[in-house]
Design a protein around this ligand. Structure first.
Ligand SMILES: [Zn+2]
Length: 509
């Protein structure tokens, strides 16, 4: 058995040696230079890396990403800083003039947040800046797309104003962002390498465009597969074909021959939607949205309870894990009701609003709250406006933890950067911009946030999967000395998945 000896690793207050082999942590002791008692390791097969007192921590998991879109967004025009539609259109015009696309190619922008814009986005603003050019701009939360008139015609969109929402956005982005499969695969693998360099050892990929097929293909592109574990989810529209194919959560994906790649790339959960989003005022809430009347005053219930219960039972009995998107408090309650009625458990994705009486139900039902702390910072103004009077129950991470819920952190990349340090920092200190923290009573302590970003692991232990990360010093020291900005930009020296380096800075030889 080949093995790796990490010498002089800081584990909490102690500096010790850590022996890794067969994908696991085999031994931890003050000095393993002479080998570990009872563990046969041939000297020739033992690689030794001296960490010289750097901290060894459990690797990080991003529990909610959209990898195709994140990979593409890293290459799209970023308009997230725009404070108005006019400003966003000007940013796109400037970017296109700086780097003209091929004639006829669609220009794709990303990241606008129009909840507080003085005027709504409209096709004409893009037409004025780039006459005749098809332009598609996705909102930061991916629930709205804003298009030029040329794009409205090219894609046959329902709205002459160029603004479309919800499912139409998903379909539009899948078409507008279409690049050659081989090109996109290359971008995605680059994005996973960048994630590994931030300490990420696992992601759950909630991409819309069939991640199971994509990852079965991509697993073969690199020896050993991608540089992190990927749990490829399946959306509810592919539930029946997934069951027919006999795929269960945790299974290797079909056709992956390389054993290391087959270990890394696995079938993930089923994803279902109960509601929409805050930014589009389609999150399903107890409070009505100010100024909104009619049937959607409380948002949009996409999957009513009886149908949710049926789907949860069906998927669970076929061996699929369950991930239910719910953002508003009524949606969260419906999701919890669905789990209870079906007698199954799973995760609620986002849980951005939770009624006080629902907080203990997470622990009672064993339901995991999969939250994205950066959203609380990016959406604080939108929440203050659209959820006026209900922000005490919004992004209530501390209340969830205090109620005994298991909380896991994610980015929802491309909504936020695929960087767990950004999520950890956002959970610890709920302000991005120098303003006072937003609902600071809902912050997480650093150790809690780190554990929530590490699949619940608080320390490196013998027997654990050797999914590990090396940082120069303990995060608490960084936070104490440099504050949250230092925490957010923590340097990662090394990352290991199943005991193999997936990222290794020069400092680690
Ligand atoms: Zn998402």
């Amino acid at each position: 058995m080949s093995a790796l000896l990490l010498r002089r690793a800081r584990l909490g207050a102690a500096v010790r040696d850590v022996l890794v082999g067969g994908g696991r942590v085999l031994a931890i002791a003050d000095d393993l230079s002479a080998g570990a008692p009872g563990l046969p390791v041939l000297p020739g097969d033992l690689e030794v890396v001296d960490l010289d007192g750097a901290a060894l921590l459990p690797g990080l998991t991003d529990a909610h990403v959209h990898l195709d879109q994140w990979a593409a967004a890293r290459r799209r025009i970023d308009v997230s800083a725009a404070r108005s539609a006019t400003e966003a259109a000007a940013m796109i015009g400037a970017a296109v003039r700086a780097a003209p696309p091929d004639p006829g190619a669609v220009v794709v922008g990303h990241g606008f947040r129009d909840a507080l814009w003085p005027q709504p986005p409209e096709a004409v603003l893009l037409d004025d800046v780039l006459p005749g050019v098809p332009v598609v701009v996705a909102s930061g939360d991916l629930h709205t797309a804003w298009c030029s008139t040329a794009a409205v015609h090219r894609y046959g969109l329902s709205s002459p104003t160029g603004v479309v929402r919800e499912q139409e956005v998903m379909d539009l982005l899948a078409r507008a962002a279409a690049v050659e499969v081989a090109v996109l695969d290359g971008w995605v693998l680059e994005a996973t390498a960048a994630a590994a360099a931030r300490g990420v050892t696992a992601v759950v990929d909630f991409e819309y465009a069939d991640p199971v097929t994509s990852w079965a293909r991509r697993a073969a592109l690199l020896p050993g597969g991608p540089p992190l574990r990927v749990h490829a989810s399946v959306w509810v529209d592919r539930l029946e074909e997934t069951i027919a194919a006999g795929l269960r959560s945790g299974d290797p994906l079909p056709g992956v021959a390389d054993p290391v790649a087959a270990e890394r790339v696995r079938m993930g959960p089923l994803k279902l939607f109960v509601d929409g989003s805050l930014g589009t005022r389609t999150a399903y809430c107890t409070h009505a949205y100010p100024g909104v009347t009619g049937p959607e005053a409380h948002g949009l219930l996409r999957t009513p309870l009886p149908e949710l219960e049926r789907l949860l039972r069906r998927a669970s009995s076929a061996g699929l894990d369950l991930a239910v998107h719910a953002i508003g408090d009524r949606a969260t309650a419906v999701a919890l009701d669905g789990f209870a009625a079906a007698g199954v458990t799973g995760r609620i994705e986002h849980a951005q609003q939770v009624r006080p009486e629902d907080l203990p139900r997470f622990a009672e039902l064993g339901v995991v709250a999969s939250v994205q702390p950066r959203h609380a910072l990016d959406d604080r103004d939108a929440a203050d406006q659209h959820w006026a009077g209900a922000t005490g129950r919004a992004f209530a991470y501390r209340a969830l933890v205090d109620a005994g819920a298991e909380v896991v952190l994610g980015s929802d990349a491309p909504v936020a950067p695929l960087d767990p340090w950004d999520g950890i920092a956002s959970a610890v200190h709920r302000s991005l911009d120098g303003r006072a923290p937003w609902h600071p009573e809902q912050h997480l302590d650093l150790d809690v946030a780190l554990a929530a970003a590490s699949g619940g692991r608080r320390a490196v232990r013998v027997g654990d999967a050797a999914d590990l990360m090396v940082v120069p010093e303990p995060p608490a020291s960084v936070l104490a000395r440099e504050g949250v900005a230092g925490l957010r930009t923590t340097e990662v020296l090394g990352t290991l998945v199943a005991g193999r380096f997936t990222h290794r800075a020069a400092a680690l030889g």
